[in-house]
Design a protein around this ligand. Structure first.
Ligand code: ZN
Length: 296
C-alpha cells in the first residue's frame, strides 16, 4: 500500500504535466481556429468593401465637344499664296469640317472659334475652347516659307512642346498675329519680337495632355499620308501660342504650303478640302473610340 502510494506520488507530477500540456494544446487549437475564422471574416469584409468600391460612382467619360479653330482672320490674313490668303482657306476648311462632323459623328458638339472673316485674339480662342468644355482643339492653318514660290509642299502637325532653336519656323510664323493685338506682352507673359521663342519655352505648359496631343496628331498624319498620299513633314513639338493655353489636347494642322503652286491649287479646290476634312474626320473617330475606351 505504502509502495503503491509512493509510486503514485512519483508519477503525479508527470500526470499533471501531461494534463497541462493537453489543455494548452486545446487552447492553442481553439485560438488558431478563432484566428482562422477572424481572418476569413476580414477577407470577406475586404472583398465586400472592394465590391462596393468597384461600383462606378464617377460618371462615364464621353468625348462630347470638339473645338474647330480657323486660323487667322480679319486684319490678320496669315500667309499668302499666288492668289489666295490663308485666312480664307482655313475658314473654308473649318466650316466644311463642322458640317461633316455634324453629319458623320452626330454625337459630337462642334464649336467654332470664328465663323466669319473677323480677327479673334489667340487667347480668346483658348477662352472659347475652355468655356465650351472642349475635349479636343483642332486649329486649321496653311504653311508657307519665306520664298515667294516654293518647291516645299505637304502637311505638318504641330503639338505644343519644347524644342531646339531653329526648328521653330512654324511656331514663329503662327504666333506673329499676337503683334496685331494690344498689350500682347501682358497677355502672353513677356512674349515679344526679341524674347520670341524663349518666353514660350520657359512658360509652364500642362504636360498632362502631351500624350493625347501626339496620339491625335499621329492619327491625322497617318490619314494624310496613307489615304490621301500627301507628303508629310511629320508631327513636330513647337512653342505655338494658340496651343499653349488650352485646357484640353490641342493640335495645329498645317494643311499644305500655300506658296507652293500645287498645294495652293489643292487647298483651294473642293476636292482637296473634302479630302483634308475626311482625313481629320477618320482621325477624330479613331481618337474618340481610343480615349473613351481608355478612360472608362
Ligand atoms: Zn497660320
Amino acid at each position: 500500500m505504502v509502495q503503491k502510494n509512493l509510486t503514485f506520488i512519483k508519477i503525479l507530477p508527470l500526470v499533471i504535466l501531461l494534463s497541462v500540456l493537453s489543455n494548452s494544446q486545446k487552447v492553442f487549437a481553439q485560438q488558431t481556429k478563432k484566428k482562422a475564422t477572424h481572418s476569413k471574416t476580414t477577407t470577406k469584409r475586404i472583398t465586400r468593401r472592394k465590391t462596393v468600391a468597384k461600383k462606378p460612382s464617377a460618371p462615364v467619360f464621353r468625348f462630347r465637344t470638339v473645338i474647330i479653330d480657323a486660323g487667322h482672320g480679319g486684319k490678320d490674313p496669315g500667309a499668302h499664296g499666288r492668289y489666295s490668303k490663308e485666312k480664307n482657306v482655313t475658314l473654308a476648311i473649318a466650316k466644311k469640317l463642322r458640317t461633316a462632323i455634324t453629319e458623320q459623328i452626330p454625337a459630337l458638339n462642334v464649336v467654332m472659334t470664328r465663323t466669319t472673316d473677323n480677327f479673334v485674339e489667340l487667347h480668346r480662342r483658348d477662352d472659347i475652347a475652355s468655356e465650351n468644355k472642349g475635349n479636343l482643339f483642332i486649329s486649321i492653318h496653311c504653311n508657307s516659307n519665306p520664298e515667294k514660290a516654293t518647291a516645299e509642299n505637304g502637311v505638318v502637325l504641330l503639338v505644343y512642346g519644347y524644342h531646339r532653336k531653329g526648328e521653330q519656323m512654324e511656331a514663329i510664323r503662327e504666333n506673329a498675329s499676337v503683334f496685331l493685338e494690344k498689350d500682347y506682352q501682358k497677355k502672353y507673359k513677356g512674349y515679344g519680337p526679341n524674347s520670341a521663342v524663349n518666353a514660350i519655352l520657359l512658360s509652364a505648359y500642362q504636360q498632362k495632355f502631351r500624350k493625347q496631343c501626339i496620339r491625335f496628331a499621329d492619327l491625322v498624319n497617318h490619314e494624310f499620308k496613307s489615304v490621301d498620299g500627301r507628303h508629310s513633314h511629320g508631327v513636330k513639338e513647337q512653342g505655338v501660342l494658340v496651343l499653349q493655353q488650352s485646357a484640353m489636347p490641342a493640335v495645329l494642322v498645317e494643311t499644305g504650303f500655300i506658296n507652293n503652286s500645287k498645294d495652293e491649287a489643292y487647298l483651294n479646290s473642293s476636292e482637296g478640302q473634302a479630302e483634308i476634312v475626311q482625313s481629320i474626320i477618320r482621325a477624330i473617330k479613331k481618337y474618340k473610340k481610343d480615349i473613351e475606351q481608355q478612360k472608362n
